[in-house]
Design a protein around this ligand. Structure first.
Ligand code: CTP
Ligand code: MG
Length: 235
């Protein structure tokens, strides 16, 4: 039940327009397998054990996002709130942070665009936090060879063996995330761990998953639909 118990809160960054994806609707409202990306992202957090969720949505689409998350059944005492996001992802996360309830001790920040991230990944991130980490991110090894390019010419090949791509949900002790956002200059840092690193806080890692890929371009919607056709995930 709702009360003064510490809880795991979630922020769903859904405030972007989805310029690279294109289309009429903001990306978070685009559907895969019959449910919107934001609906699926909220569902994954709840299934993984997050109880109090704030969704940052585009200002012009608040009602549509509220309608999209309404059917998601959440546990007694939990809540899903939709607030207006900001111009950048960093702004959107800051807006959502301000709306998190007081009992929240740990926060997972998740991209609506990573709608197929499995609940098991959410559980792994929470386990790292309750195990003592102040910050934790899912990472996957980079599989392509990576080069620096300048003016169309290759500068050098980067050693790939130490490079990882970072996913969400990213988990934080609430005070750590709040302090990082309070200290951050207004910029467009694309992940919250980057702000926490700037404070000198150790950021731990857990293995990421291919299913937690970010829907960014039209081909990613094709991939998401194909994945769901192979392994349907109800919401
Ligand atoms: N996001 C947000 N607020 C913004 C910008 C982005 O909450 N002002 C969210 C997006 O909704 C998305 C996540 O951050 O779930 C990751 O960002 P990205 O994939 O870049 O989404 P968009 O910014 O919407 O896409 P694009 O950059 O192609 O316009
Ligand atoms: Mg963007």
């Amino acid at each position: 039940m709702a009360g003064s118990h510490a809880s795991v809160g979630g922020i769903v960054a859904a405030g972007g327009v989805g310029e690279r994806l294109g289309g009429e609707l903001p990306k978070a409202l685009r559907e895969v397998g019959g449910a919107s990306l934001v609906t699926r992202a909220v569902r994954a957090l709840l299934d993984g054990g997050v109880t109090d969720i704030v969704v940052a949505a585009p200002g012009a689409h608040l009602d549509a996002v509220r309608a999209a998350v309404r059917p998601v059944a959440f546990p007694a005492g939990g809540s899903v709130t939709v607030v207006e996001g900001g111009v950048t992802r960093q702004d959107s996360v800051r807006c959502a942070l301000q709306a998190l309830g007081p009992r929240v001790e740990f926060v997972l920040v998740h991209d609506a665009a990573r709608a197929l991230a499995p609940a098991g990944l959410v559980e792994d991130v929470i386990a790292a936090l309750t195990g003592g980490a102040d910050a934790v991110v899912p990472v996957v090894p980079v599989t392509d060879t990576v080069k620096e390019v300048d003016g169309g010419l290759v500068g050098r090949t980067v050693d790939r063996s130490r490079l990882y791509a970072v996913q969400t949900p990213q988990g934080f002790r609430r005070q750590v995330l709040a302090a990082a956002h309070a200290a951050a200059a207004s910029s467009d840092v694309t992940d919250d761990a980057g702000l926490v690193e700037a404070l000198g806080v150790a950021v731990h890692t857990v293995p990421g998953l291919p299913e937690a890929f970010k829907v960014t371009r039209p081909i990613d919607l094709v991939l998401a639909n194909a994945l769901l056709a192979a392994t349907p995930v109800d919401v």
